[in-house]
Design a protein around this ligand. Structure first.
Ligand SMILES: O=C[C@H](O)[C@H](O)[C@H](O)COP(=O)(O)O
Length: 227
């Protein structure tokens, strides 16, 4: 049990209103959000960002929406692996980055829930950028990333096999030893490499952050230009 994650998840559940269409993130912090949301018994429905979240929603009785027929969401709630003072994020530690980014982009409001220790001065300082790669392109993409100075680790599953996302893709965890000097430049550069399906830099998407700590405290941050 993590008090810090629970506090953040429960605070996010309080933001939900009857009738809302939600984006339902992925991860251990989101698990607390889903529990608290189900306990409220509201009439809501959401697009899940992973098979794991979809399964948990079915168990909890949270109605699911098909992303194919959902043009907009009122509120998305998701975790993060790092966030900076401007609410720019690194995500994808749980491998759900592609669907998470699609869902976040559909939402009018995107609330990040995390523990306070995930606040960083600069993205990439504590967590590599997960790069989701179509398996066919693993070699070429790996070579391009290495040429650009990234140190790569191909993600593996519990059995040591190449990890596969819900979309059937692999993940290269890419660390820039010198740090990511300009996330906006890296964002575009990564997205343009043929074979990259998605990457874990989430820029200009989050509107608010709810950050819990182990003493039960909650820090609220908002992006001034988006709320
Ligand atoms: O792919 C997974 C996601 O981006 C998660 O939201 C992120 O890794 C944070 O997960 P957790 O809340 O378990 O730390």
């Amino acid at each position: 049990m993590s008090t810090a994650k629970r506090v953040a998840g429960e605070a996010a559940a309080e933001l939900v209103e009857d009738g809302m269409r939600l984006g339902l993130g992925t991860g251990s912090t989101v698990a607390y959000f889903l529990d608290a949301l189900a306990a409220r018994g509201l009439d809501v429905a959401g697009v899940p960002t992973s098979e794991a979240t979809a399964t948990r929603c079915r168990e909890l009785g949270i109605r699911l929406l098909d992303v194919a027929t959902t043009d907009a969401l009122d509120l998305a709630v998701d975790g993060a692996d790092e966030l900076d003072a401007g609410l720019e994020l690194t995500k994808g530690g749980g491998g759900a980055l592609l669907r998470e980014k699609v869902v976040a982009a559909l939402a009018d409001r995107f609330v990040v829930i995390a523990t306070r220790d995930k606040l960083v001065d600069r993205l990439g300082d504590t967590f590599p950028v997960p790069v989701e790669v179509v398996p066919f392109a693993l070699g070429p993409v790996g070579r391009v990333l290495t040429e650009r100075g990234f140190e790569l680790t191909e993600r593996t599953d519990a059995e040591g096999r190449s990890y596969r996302t819900d979309n059937g893709n692999a993940i290269l965890d890419a660390r820039m030893p010198a740090g990511i000097a300009d996330p906006a430049v890296t964002d575009v550069a990564l997205a343009l490499i043929p074979g990259v399906a998605a990457h874990g830099l989430f820029l200009d998407l989050a509107t608010e952050a709810l950050l819990g700590d182990d003493e039960g405290g909650l820090l609220r941050r908002s992006r001034p230009d988006r709320t």
